[in-house]
Design a binder for this molecule. Structure first.
Ligand code: E4P
Length: 216
């Protein structure tokens, strides 16, 4: 399973890229807005310079012609830009038109398996089920990943990648991988937490203490 970073913060992207684990980056309008004063196009171009992999940039139009127009514009910014389109009927129309133009899409805000199936049929490159936001409603979000993976794997015509989104903690990463997701997009904090274990810290301290106390 590949790891993407879910942020528009360049410092976080630079740092995570230096770990050698990043295969792509996802942004959304909220994440872009969080980076006060940053220009959208410049931010996406800078991310593309830092990470050699798919960079998702989300449309804000509600109608298919508007989404397509935005998608064509964003796709011209860099060959790695993937157009994020919401899981709506207008979104399906936009996905099929963009895919006809060989522009890759990431269908976002997916909350049920039928949205995922139709997005794949429309030609989505990536589907993004939002695990954490489903968990927040008291329903098991990971079950959606399992169902989509099962549906996609049974259909040889479907090549759409399953991207586990709205990741809230390291266990979501583990369960996404076990469920067969192709990608998990993670906030920077969750990636940091993923490498933390008190026994690792204690082990390092003990090794260093023993090393310092050795008799030459
Ligand atoms: C994915 O591409 C989305 O941008 C993101 O995972 C949403 O996560 P959130 O529910 O924490 O906002």
């Amino acid at each position: 399973m590949q790891i993407y970073l879910d942020t528009a913060n360049l410092d976080e992207i630079r740092e995570a890229a230096s770990w050698g684990i990043l295969s792509g980056v996802t942004t959304n309008p909220s994440l872009i807005a969080r980076e006060k004063g940053a220009d959208f196009k410049t931010t996406i171009a800078e991310i593309a310079n830092l990470v050699d992999g798919p960079i998702s940039a989300e449309t804000i139009s509600l109608d298919a012609p508007g989404m397509v127009q935005e998608g064509v514009e964003y796709a011209a910014w860099h060959p790695n830009v993937i157009i994020k389109i919401p899981s709506t009927i207008e979104g399906l129309k936009a996905v099929s038109e963009l895919s006809r133009q060989n522009i890759r899409t990431n269908v976002t805000l997916c909350f049920n398996p039928t949205q995922a199936l139709l997005a794949a049929r429309a030609g989505a490159f990536i589907i993004s089920p939002f695990v954490g936001r489903i968990d927040d409603t008291g329903v098991d979000g990971m079950q959606l990943i399992r169902e989509i993976v099962t549906i996609y794997r049974q259909d040889p015509e479907i090549t759409t990648k399953v991207l586990s989104a709205s990741i809230r903690h390291p266990r979501h990463i583990v369960d996404s991988a076990i469920a067969g997701a192709d990608i998990a997009t993670c906030p920077f904090k969750v990636l940091q937490l993923s490498m933390k274990h008190p026994l690792t810290d204690r082990g390092i301290e003990q090794f260093l203490a023993d090393w310092r106390s050795r008799s030459e």
